[in-house]
Design a protein around this ligand. Structure first.
Ligand SMILES: Nc1ncnc2c1ncn2[C@@H]1O[C@H](COP(=O)(O)OP(=O)(O)OP(=O)(O)O)[C@@H](O)[C@H]1O
Ligand SMILES: [Mg+2]
Length: 224
């Protein structure tokens, strides 16, 4: 059997009195494209933050690409995260007043690569998301869908095997949402494992696997 990209065993996350994630077991294999669904407050973002190693579990174990995350120092964990995981959020989090090409190039800021290399990689990534004609535009000069595509270009710049998106279409009209989803599918076709939190039933239903949460528990979709 190949090593799963993500494996949670008995993972819980407590915030004070709130048990945001309750004894979750989940395995995600390379090349999967899956939706995480459930009511507001059910623990979707908590699950994504834990799978993305942005937050540590209160109890339970998490393996990313075979590494036991609990056994890594914060520094080792940042290296693993930078190499393995790209993130996309509902609000695009693009630096104001910075041209698209530099926003994307900054995705490789800590890679030790020279600026010229970073900008060339950013140009390729922007072409890949269909924004080759918008490289010098500032975020406020771009549509919402275009801004999200810039965020995706930044997230995939270093070629991470895993992409996690928390409501990537939540702030978009349905047309731009479809463009963003088509892009995530293309990335998945090219080999990236993609996890998408969504409230959109049609989007969730269109993906090969749905992991459903309720009150912090995974109630379906544990198995692919
Ligand atoms: N940092 C925190 N401190 C305290 N409670 C938190 C924290 N983060 C999340 N929670 C609580 O944990 C529960 C799960 O939150 P989470 O953000 O994972 O829900 P969600 O499914 O993503 O909801 P939504 O669809 O509204 O984004 C909620 O009850 C929330 O109030
Ligand atoms: Mg959320």
């Amino acid at each position: 059997m190949t090593t799963p990209v993500v494996e949670l065993s008995g993972v819980s996350k407590r915030y004070g009195d709130v048990l945001a994630l309750d004894d979750a077991d989940l395995r995600i294999d390379r090349g999967e494209l899956l939706a995480v669904v459930g009511p507001s407050g059910s623990g979707k973002s908590t699950l994504l933050h834990i799978m993305g190693t942005l937050d540590r579990p209160t109890t339970g174990t998490l393996h990313i690409d075979g590494y036991d995350v609990g056994a890594l120092s914060d520094r080792e964990l940042s290296v693993l995260r930078a190499r393995t995981i790209g993130f996309v959020f509902q609000q695009f989090h693009l630096a104001r007043g910075v041209p698209a090409i530099d926003i994307v190039a900054d995705g490789l800021l800590y890679s030790g690569r020279p600026r010229g290399f970073r900008r060339q990689a950013a140009e390729r990534a922007l072409h890949r998301v269909g924004l080759g004609h918008r490289m010098r535009h500032l975020p406020h000069q771009l549509s919402g869908g275009e801004q999200q595509r810039v965020a995706i270009a930044r997230a995939v710049l270093g070629g991470p095997p895993l992409l996690m998106a928390d409501e990537p279409t939540g702030a978009l009209d349905s047309q731009s949402g479809e463009t963003v989803m088509a892009l995530l599918r293309d990335l998945n076709d090219a080999g990236t494992t993609v996890v998408v939190i969504t409230h959109d039933r049609d989007i969730a239903a269109s993906l090969p696997r749905q992991v459903r949460l309720k009150d912090g528990k995974i109630i379906s979709g544990v198995r692919a």
